[in-house]
Design a protein around this ligand. Structure first.
Ligand SMILES: [Zn+2]
Length: 334
């Protein structure tokens, strides 16, 4: 098991935790608050490993018995609270956290409970947890992980140290994808951007074959925009509507394409293209469009995205967008 260096982003959170370890001021309860995929589980795991490590540093040593037990997921004093139903019930919290907390640790200095998806605790479960939070034993540590801290009772929030997990810096996510998935830089950049710089989501996206296929389809759609007659428009509308669930991803990719054209038009030599593998096509396409036209494309795509969120009829909306975009390209030759 490696240390905090494998976490993408969250430098402030890690510095805070390592300071607390150094100064022996580690709290009895933390709330890691941020999107799914941000890295909360990983930070919780490294924190637990560090606190249990026999070497007693600010990183797990990776070699002692405790660290090896963490590696295999068999540490006798680190627990992941799980739930079978869609909520974390009062029984889950009592049997997996409150009751075992009252028993001394088996071998480590601490007894650590990590509650993933803690927002799924109902009020009863939160009240049961509250009792333990009010009088935690010296050795006890509770780490709550959540993507929505608004669901917690104020009494819980006032007894935990809340650490926000913000999106990682874009370059860090790009670097992570290049290292871990061996992606070329342009592709890592595109994936990171589409994932909103969320490392977990970026990882999932980079592994998705569907994503590759979507990308190819969008490139072919955007290249064909100039010569898109009525028949092709009908077929494309049909294709896009059939993939309704993926339509937001398609629209994101379309936006990236249009932005690439804009960047290339502005600075053909220096433009850092997301679709770098399509550089020749982008160079050619950018000749056919004015800045104004491309800006309208952005507006059209954004408008369709807003309509999809508002559940407007997708068929009519996609059709309208394609017609508007195709018209834009025709007027130039009139
Ligand atoms: Zn160790």
């Amino acid at each position: 098991m490696n240390g905090f260096e494998q976490v993408v982003g969250h430098k402030k959170v890690i510095a805070h935790l390592q300071n607390a370890i150094r100064n022996h001021t580690v709290s009895h309860a933390y709330l890691f608050d941020g999107e799914d995929g941000a890295g909360k589980n990983l930070v919780a795991k490294v924190l637990a490993a560090t606190l249990q490590c026999e070497a007693g540093g600010t990183e797990p040593c990776g070699q002692c018995r405790s660290c090896l037990q963490m590696d295999t997921g068999n540490h006798p004093d680190v627990f992941w609270v799980t739930h079978e139903k869609s909520i974390l019930s009062v029984d889950d919290i009592r049997t997996q956290l409150c009751d075992p907390m009252s028993i001394l640790p088996y071998s480590g200095p601490k007894k650590i409970f990590i509650v993933d998806e803690a927002e799924k605790m109902n009020d009863q479960a939160q009240n049961a947890l509250l009792k333990t939070l009010e009088e935690p034993p010296e050795y006890g540590l509770i780490i709550l992980l959540t993507n929505n801290s608004e669901t917690f009772l104020q009494t819980i929030l006032s007894r935990v140290v809340r650490l926000p997990f913000l999106p990682a810096p874009h370059e860090d996510v790009v670097h992570f994808l290049m290292e871990k998935k061996k992606l070329p830089d342009y592709r890592a950049g595109l994936v990171a951007m589409l994932a909103g710089d969320n490392p977990g989501r970026a990882l999932a996206l980079s592994e998705s074959e569907e994503f590759q296929a979507q990308k190819d389809e969008v490139v072919s759609l955007m290249k064909g925009l100039r010569n898109m007659g009525a028949e092709k428009r009908i077929a494309t509308t049909k294709t896009l509507v059939e993939r309704k669930a993926d339509l937001p991803d398609y629209l994101d990719l379309m936006l990236v394409w249009v932005r690439d054209l804009l960047y290339y038009k502005a600075e053909p030599k220096k433009a850092r293209l997301m679709f770098a593998a399509e550089k020749d096509a982008i160079a050619e396409e950018s000749e056919y469009y004015t800045f104004e036209t491309l800006s309208r494309f952005v507006a059209e795509i954004e408008e369709l995205r807003a309509k999809m969120k508002a559940n407007v009829n997708p068929e009519a909306s996609v059709w309208t967008m394609l017609c508007h975009m195709a018209e834009q390209t025709e007027t130039r030759y009139e």
